[in-house]
Design a binder for this molecule. Structure first.
Ligand SMILES: [Zn+2]
Length: 167
């Protein structure tokens, strides 16, 4: 493969609804609202998978795991990550770094940032200092600002896999 690193971008928006578990980056966050969705609605993991798959030039998450397939209903999005990572490794690459922005009015993410970073590092096979998570609000504007939705944006860097220590 071409040894040049590759950048990938993933963006995912979910409606926020009452009485729904709030799972973000694979972490259950106490909240009165949670992201609606066919799976567990984890917008961070969905955007992360799309970023990783996109950088590798592979099919996106919606193509791999259709939201019309009953087998994917209520499914833990961590399973999507395992499959995305498996495909990326098979293509001779690994994740080198990941940067995440979550735009939401609620819940507040600051108390959960470290745990979200740990979870992403574990799921994508990288060191925690190669993963960052930032929370932003919508400043009271649009659907995000009015607390009706949240959006995750993820940028990843993929590099060629080698068998040297640390990979
Ligand atoms: Zn999604």
């Amino acid at each position: 493969m071409n040894a040049l690193p590759r950048v990938g971008l993933g963006i995912d928006l979910h409606r926020l609804v009452p009485d729904r578990p709030c799972i973000l980056a694979g972490i259950a966050i106490p909240s009165a609202v949670g992201p609606a969705g066919h799976s567990d609605g984890d917008a961070v993991l969905h955007a992360a998978c799309d970023a990783v798959l996109g950088a590798a030039g592979l099919d996106d998450l919606g193509t791999l795991f259709s939201d019309r397939d009953p087998a994917n209903a209520g499914r833990a999005s961590s399973e999507f990550c395992l499959e995305a990572l498996r495909r990326v490794r098979a293509a001779g690459m690994r994740v080198a770094s990941m940067d995440v922005v979550v735009e939401t009015e609620r819940p507040k993410l600051l108390p959960h940032r470290l745990q979200m970073r740990q979870s992403l590092a574990h799921l994508f096979g990288i060191a925690i200092d190669r993963v960052n998570v930032k929370g932003k609000t919508g400043e009271g504007l649009d659907a995000i600002g009015q607390g009706q939705a949240l959006r995750a944006t993820v940028v990843v860097l993929l590099v060629e896999r080698s068998d040297s220590p640390g990979d």
